[in-house]
Ligand binder design. Sequence first.
Ligand code: NFE
Length: 524
Amino acid sequence: MATQKVYIDPLTRIEGHLSIEMDVQDGKVVDAKCRGDMYRGYESILQGRNPVDAQQIVMRICGVCPVSHGQASSRCLDEAFGIKPTKNGRILRNLILGANFLQSHILHFYHLAALDFVDITAVLKYKGSDDGIVRIKDWVNNELKVKKGRPDEMTAGGPFLPRYEGKDFYIKDVDTNISAIAGYVKALDIREKTHRMVALFGGRAPHPISMVPGGVTTEPTKARIKEFKKYLKEVEEFINETYLNHIIAVAKAFPDYFKLGQYDSFLSYGVFDKDEDRKAFMFEQGLVTGGKLEKFDSSKIREQVKYARYKSGSNLHPLKGETVADPEKSGAYTWVKAPRYADKPMEVGPLARIVTAYYSGNKSVKKELDAVLKIFNAEVPAALSALGRHASRVIECKLIAQEMYNWLDDIESGGKTRNSYVIPDSGEGEGLIEAPRGALGHWIVVKGHKIANYQAIVPTTWFCSPKDDKGVKGPVEQALIGTPISDPKNPIEAARVVRSFDPCLACAIHVVEGDREITKFRVC
Ligand code: NFE
């Protein structure tokens, strides 16, 4: 049968700009290309600057995960300057990062991915008095009127409509839809609380100013700890009583997604340090392929650029990395490089962390993952899927919220929050951390007290990577193959698979090409 090209361009409800090109045969994806259509360029901006400026500048890579970029950069500088954080500095870093994880995972489910499953038009049948739902109902009503009266306006922008339309695309049960939409509204409020938690020890959100080499500048006063706990309790209740139930409801309505979007090679740098030497983590460091755990060795990381729009420098370790744009490069189809670990494309992110922790013998993770799988009478391989990614996020939220009380209790009253530093004439540093979306690494080379080289490999670069130098596809490209496409004009199945990874192209790349129309917007 003939191959049909299907494009999702742009893929909406993600951070940044991503397009997907697919070859579909007999109603299934047989080939896929993941394209980041922008250039980031932070590496060039940083050259020649004072090293301590790096951690403030790199946070601007993204408004969703600035904490991770700030902390990856601080770690880089810790290593280049030959220092470690104090105990309180480490705990405060964990608390700021943990609050950002909660914010990001709740954002991803309710405000980005859930609308692939939940039927927003169910609010039209709503008879109750919930203020948030009534406001959404009015909004949807008005939008639908526009659509009925003026069909040419059907592509009008808006947070909910238009959307992919088709038979059985959305949850049918009205109560589940209404409850999820109520969750959507409540999640806005809950995310505000998580931002406040970041700001209490970070100084502000979303770009905290307190994270510095050697620790954190904010004092963990009793008043701040008390306020943090107050917000944490509310957020924790939402995770355990609302978010978890909605994930289960989506999985019950769309169990096929335990089989779709599968991938089976995972990498985690380890996160939420238990000591100042970065030897033990709440979520373990390691790699898992086919259920086999392997020790991580950062010297095996390389970036390949045969299919990315960059000059030469292919297959370099990031400390020697080069980022020289080559927009017209023949054969290249993306601005995202192809990071590889020992030549292999790796999935990073919440699922990678949960799988790595599971195979490392992490009892809390095993208990939570087994409990979710039991509901579906499923085993671990089912978790290596689109639904497994959603489940991993809520499991992480539950465990992080739980652990935060212990971190707060571990703060040493009156203890130093940071160690001082001297910028050396020369040095090298590697800053590895987990961002909400996965393994994040920053690398710095200092010469003459200035930045001589700075490279970042972000989570989305790992999973949205193009083919590598040997032609092996990236994780999202591979996970798409075999996805059924019931209607090539409404490829919701592929969109669900890609969104389950939670791509952030804003992190991966930044400057848009000006030579082609991406989409049209109506500004009203
Ligand atoms: Ni822009 Fe980020 C996270 C990082 S993803 S959101 O999480 O780093 O590439």
